[in-house]
Design a protein around this ligand. Structure first.
Ligand code: GLN
Ligand code: ZN
Length: 765
């Protein structure tokens, strides 16, 4: 049984790569220093994998920014707008062109936009979207892959397994850019042009001594058209005919489902399966697998932080062994470990009992090796693992019967407001007496350096809790005065007391824990440190009431209470793998519900429950969408439905496309929803109009992602567009999202214009 690893995190256990890249961009370290840091990380990773007993060590899983961008450079798919960069950079090197593509280039009179970025399947990783033109040419222009292969070989003394994005997935990840004459084309048709270069790459690897090559084709787990399936057959036949490498075809994030026959029919030596996400696919694959093909069993979760349940993995391995024999089995994590934090050993603050249930990337490699040892007869390892799994199953530290009982006792009525929306709307109109086009903001105001420093000082002990809170109070009061002066109708407290919209709640809820260095790459040099939901979630006490009440006491205007919704808290955390996601979501929902009720009781009349992550929780396979949306929307409704009709519930979502989920958005039944629309010129709103969205809605009129101050006229125009699409009495006026990344000057100027725009819009009605 060969063990291998689809990929290792490249940020470094202490985020060394992030720091080095940012310093290089700022011009404070040299290119040589940057390369040295990168080299050190790679070497450490490789040796660590060797020590862990991994037979096939991956190379080319390292990237300075993103592995898809690496592929674009490898294949020479560099958009023409970057041509001037090459001549602008003195002693031009690939790395500067690469960073220009990732981040844009603003220097020496050049102002070239970055390439687009989007989410990598259903993960929180973002890749750089390849851009293709109808006349696209490919050519091999980068040596990175080959250098890394040689380097890894030297460092480990083994023959590494290069990791490459598959040709079909690479094209499908990209986007067609029309040329001036508007010529339309299908990027999959570029395959004929890509394949010669792709084969060149493989041949060069072969010449360098490569034996195994991992070709990542995650699109095989998604719904494919006939043409795309044909593309797979063509591409792999070409590769087979022209090289002698051992091909390991890697699929992950889902099961192969209807593509099982396609995948097992491709001429490859081994097929990798994600048996964490889709363990049931093993049966179909074992039925379909041809006589000589090996199976790589991805049994160790590459996307979460929990210890592997060896008994469960062994059952899958035994099943495969019975059909294809030990020799044709490979063992691996389910997908690249890019999606898990690097090393649990550094987590000295986690309670020992709970830590014994966890595994980060380094530990996961050990698990792969353990499984191999157990298959070879080492029962002691299995016994130790069983004890850990057993202790997690029974620990009263994380299992709270009252919480479980409460979820089990949820009734339909709990997820329903007392009255239907039209009744609530009338009651709320009478109570609030707001003008047409009421103005508000989404919650946060600028998180200035001073505010961030307050938190840092508090952590270091340089500030007492009391001093800290006084300073936050001062910031809050001043934000309220600013909003009053601007003339906004519904105010917010500014969220100055919050570090992050999920962490802030996680820290106050039972069932969560936090890591010191559990960083995962999100994009480029940006890393996130998701909270860990370790146990049953409950709310020991009020979380936001004190701040909301304080803020409301400062003004006679309405003050919105501000909460993060259950689905977003779930989505942006490491979740439990010992119960279904919906169960965890409902536990969080009940905790948020109690907070909503507590806010109402404390006199807060308008409460916003943010759910920006609802859409990104959608499963990869369309067929699984409705079931997810049903529980996700129910979780929101549970959190929102504990209050009286006169209390106005808002929700907020950004970056959302709504067309295909409109029915579910409406079913959330928030009294007011605020969404991001300004960049799309209200296009997003059309989905709401077409659906005849019945509740109130605030389409963003101000793009908060840019420091630019929008003019009154352009916002009036956006409002007119909105008024043409939806009933005026349902419209609110607000920015696209929170203002925490903006500076005060532009924020004030933009909001003043926004209020004026609302006034003008009122006159026109
Ligand atoms: N209330 C949050 C804020 O204003 C919402 C953030 C978000 O939608 N991502 O910052
Ligand atoms: Zn937002």
């Amino acid at each position: 049984m060969l063990t291998h690893n689809p990929g290792f995190p490249r940020i470094g256990a202490q985020r060394q790569l992030k720091k080095a890249c940012e310093q290089y961009w700022a011009g404070t370290i040299s290119r040589t220093d940057l390369f040295l840091t990168a080299k050190k990380i790679r070497e450490e990773n490789w040796l660590l994998q060797k020590q862990a007993g991994i037979d096939l060590i991956p190379c080319n899983d390292f990237a300075f920014y993103d592995q898809v961008l690496d592929a674009s450079l490898l294949f020479g798919a560099v958009p023409s707008r970057y041509t001037p960069v090459a001549t602008d950079i003195k002693d031009n090197t690939e790395i500067d062109l690469y960073f220009a593509m990732a981040r844009g280039y603003q220097q020496n009179g050049l102002d070239i936009t970055a390439m687009e970025m989007t989410k990598w399947f259903d993960t929180n990783y973002h890749y750089i979207v390849p851009e293709f033109t109808a006349a696209q040419q490919f050519r091999l222009i980068s040596d990175k892959l080959f250098n890394e292969f040689n380097e890894c070989k030297r460092v480990t003394g083994t023959t590494p397994k290069p990791v490459l994005i598959g040709p079909v997935t690479y094209l499908l990840l990209g986007k067609e850019k029309q040329n001036d004459n508007g010529e339309k084309f299908d990027r999959i048709d570029l395959l004929k042009k890509l394949m010669p270069v792709y084969i060149d790459v493989l041949k060069r690897l072969e010449d360098a001594g490569a034996v195994w090559v991992q070709i990542d084709e995650p699109f095989l787990v998604t719904g494919l058209t006939e043409k795309q399936k044909e593309a797979y057959r063509y591409a792999f036949k070409e590769i087979r005919n022209k090289t002698n490498l051992k091909l390991l075809l890697a699929t992950y994030f889902e099961g192969l489902h209807e593509n099982t026959g396609l995948a097992t029919g491709l001429p490859v030596c081994a097929l990798h399966l994600d048996l964490v996400r889709a363990p049931e696919q093993i049966d179909d694959v074992l039925k379909a697998i041809p006589p000589k093909m090996s199976l790589s069993l991805g049994v160790v979760d590459g996307r979460n932080i929990w210890k592997n349940d060896y008994s469960r993995s062994l059952a899958l391995i035994e099943k495969a062994k019975a059909v294809i024999g030990e020799d044709r089995i490979m063992l691996a994590p389910s997908c690249s470990l890019l999606h898990s934090p690097v090393d649990l050993d550094g987590e000295t603050n986690i309670d020992a009992e709970i830590k014994n249930w966890m595994a980060f990337a380094k530990q996961k490699l050990g698990e792969v090796n353990d499984l191999k040892q157990i298959m070879a007869g080492n029962n002691e390892l299995l016994k130790i693992n069983k004890q850990a799994i057993e202790s997690r199953r029974n620990s009263t530290r994380i299992h709270k019967q009252v919480v479980k009982d409460r979820v089990a006792g949820i009734k339909e009525a709990d997820a329903k407001r007392n009255s239907e929306f039209p009744v609530r709307q009338r009651i709320q109109q009478l109570r609030f007496n707001l003008p047409l086009f009421p103005t508000t903001t989404i919650g946060s105001f600028p998180q200035t350096d001073e505010i961030r420093q307050l938190r840092a000082k508090l952590k270091k002990g340089a500030l007492t809790q009391k001093q800290y809170e006084e300073d936050i109070e001062e910031a809050t009061v001043s934000a309220i005065r600013v909003q009053e002066e601007i003339g906004l109708d519904v105010l917010v407290h500014g969220e100055f007391e919050r570090n992050d919209m999920v962490e802030y709640f996680g820290e106050q809820l039972d069932g969560f824990l936090f890591t010191k260095n559990g960083w995962v790459q999100s994009y480029g040099s940006r890393c996130v440190k998701p909270p860990v939901i370790a146990g049953d979630v409950s709310r020991p006490g009020d979380m936001t009431v004190k701040w909301s009440v304080f803020a409301q006491a400062q003004t006679s205007k309405l003050m919105k209470g501000m909460l993060t919704g259950p689905v977003t808290i779930l989505q942006w955390s490491f979740v439990r793998d010992d119960q279904p996601r919906w169960q965890t979501a409902f536990q969080i929902a009940l905790a948020i519900r109690d907070e909503v009720v507590a806010l109402e009781k404390a006199g807060i009349k308008v409460i916003q429950i943010d759910e920006p992550a609802i859409r990104e929780g959608l499963p990869l396979r369309k067929a699984d969408g409705p079931a997810y949306l049903e529980w996700a929307v129910k979780a929101f409704r549970l959190s929102a439905s504990g209050v009286r009709d006169e209390t106005q519930i808002h929700t907020h979502m950004c970056y959302s496309e709504f067309n295909d989920i409109m029915e579910h958005i409406a079913h959330m039944d928030a009294d007011v929803i605020t969404i991001e629309t300004s960049r799309s010129q209200m296009e997003l709103l059309e989905a709401f109009a077409k659906f005849k969205y019945p509740n109130e809605i605030g389409p963003g009129v101000y793009d908060i992602h840019s420091p630019r101050v929008p003019t009154v006229e352009e916002m009036v125009q956006l409002l007119e567009k909105a008024a043409a699409l939806l009933p005026v009495q349902n419209l609110w006026v607000n920015p696209d999202c929170g203002l925490k990344t903006r500076r005060w000057t532009e924020t004030i100027a933009a909001l003043k214009n926004m209020v004026q725009a609302a006034e003008k819009a009122r006159e026109k009605v």
